[in-house]
Design a protein around this ligand. Structure first.
Ligand code: DAH
Length: 356
């Protein structure tokens, strides 16, 4: 038995791979292995012999088995070490930079406008971009024959031959959302509606799709003075400096009285500076909501009154960020977007500053 032990312990120690080790296992403790055969001989022994030999053989078998197991583990460790040498990886290499997109100036300005008006107690309302002619025109006191319809260069949707219902339109302004909001929420109400609008027009300052933000405030005693305060408050927050406004009498079918509002500015070397100088720049239309419009929205004009305004968002973006040509806004030119775009994690807030 000592010979057997010495022989196998030595062979196991020498084994260079798992296959050899497995052969040794079969030879020694497999069904027909040397040690297994010895165990079978126990049956032929006298009980006294068996009492001595049995435990010895069991101990031998255990010894061989544990030697096999330890060698197996050692071989596996060695194989892993070998593999790891080949699979060396330099984790200090710098990563491959991924290009990050930017926030479009229009989206940025919409966020800024929303943040300022939210602070003034206005909530955001939305409406469809494809409107009925009733919401886009009639309800806003622009009847069928009104010249404003022609002036707006409206896009009409197609109706089938023989279908005489008035066609839907791509909304020409965000004003229809006034009506929808009044219908939905009644008075009092304070909302803004930023969104896309459409007109068939194209030059340096006009694109067929552009953006407006509509404002509406209805209550029992809201006046033109409130309108002026809100707008000055808005422009000063938006441009980050006090901005004087000038109200010029004007005409819109949906307001009475109506005013176009200019902001104070100065031209320096062909660049416009807002909040300085003695020039004026027209930026929005506004007025006291026409009684017929209140009625169309389901609000009693004898009980309620209020103001409304509509501002061009793209125009605001051009002014604030010094962008010369409106058409480039919608060209999707990556160089332009990288230059004028904003960091996506840098969302405008009043406490953090509106833009950086
Ligand atoms: N809807 C007008 C336009 O697109 C802008 C406007 C003017 C909106 C006066 C208003 C307003 O709410 O009161 O030109």
């Amino acid at each position: 038995m000592d010979d057997l032990r010495d022989k196998y312990i030595a062979l196991i120690a020498e084994a260079g791979n798992e296959a050899t080790l497995e052969e040794l296992r079969v030879q020694a403790v497999g069904k027909k292995g040397e040690i297994s055969l010895k165990m079978r001989e126990l049956g032929k022994m006298t009980p006294e012999e068996r009492q001595v030999m049995g435990p010895k053989l069991n101990t031998l078998k255990d010894e061989i088995n544990s030697a096999l197991a330890m060698k197996k583990e050692a071989l596996a460790d060695a194989a892993l070490d070998e593999r790891l040498k080949g699979e060396w990886l330099d984790v200090t290499l710098p990563g491959r930079a991924r290009r990050e997109g930017t926030i479009h100036p229009v989206s940025q300005v919409m966020e800024e406008v929303t943040a300022i008006f939210a602070d003034l107690g206005f909530s955001v309302a939305e409406g469809p971009q494809i409107e009925t002619d009733w919401y886009n025109f009639d309800a806003l006191n622009i009847p069928g024959h009104h010249p404003a319809r022609a002036e707006m260069d409206t896009f009409y949707t197609h109706r089938a031959e023989g279908d005489n219902r008035p066609p839907h339109v791509l909304r020409t302004h965000t004003s229809p959302v006034q009506i929808r909001s009044m219908e939905k929420h009644g008075a009092p109400i304070r909302i803004i509606c930023p969104g896309r609008v459409y007109r068939a027009d194209y030059d340096q300052t006009h694109t067929p799709m552009f953006h407006q933000v509509e404002g509406l405030a209805i209550g029992k005693d809201i006046s033109m003075a409130n309108l002026k305060w809100v707008l000055e408050e808005f422009f000063s927050a938006f441009f980050g400096t006090h901005v004087d406004t000038r109200f010029r009498a004007s005409h819109f079918p949906f307001t009475e009285p109506s005013a176009e509002v200019d902001i104070q500015c100065e031209w320096v070397d062909g660049q416009v500076k807002v909040g300085e100088g003695n020039d004026w720049l027209e930026v929005l239309g506004s007025g006291m909501v026409h009684p017929k419009v209140l009625e169309a929205g389901g609000i009693d004009p004898n009980e309620y009154q209020g103001f409304a305004f509509g501002i061009g968002i793209d125009r605001l973006a051009m002014l604030k960020y010094g962008i010369p040509d409106l058409r480039a806004f919608f060209d999707s030119d990556l160089r332009w977007l990288r230059h004028y775009g904003f960091a996506s994690l840098d969302q405008p807030t009043l406490h953090g500053g509106l833009s950086r």
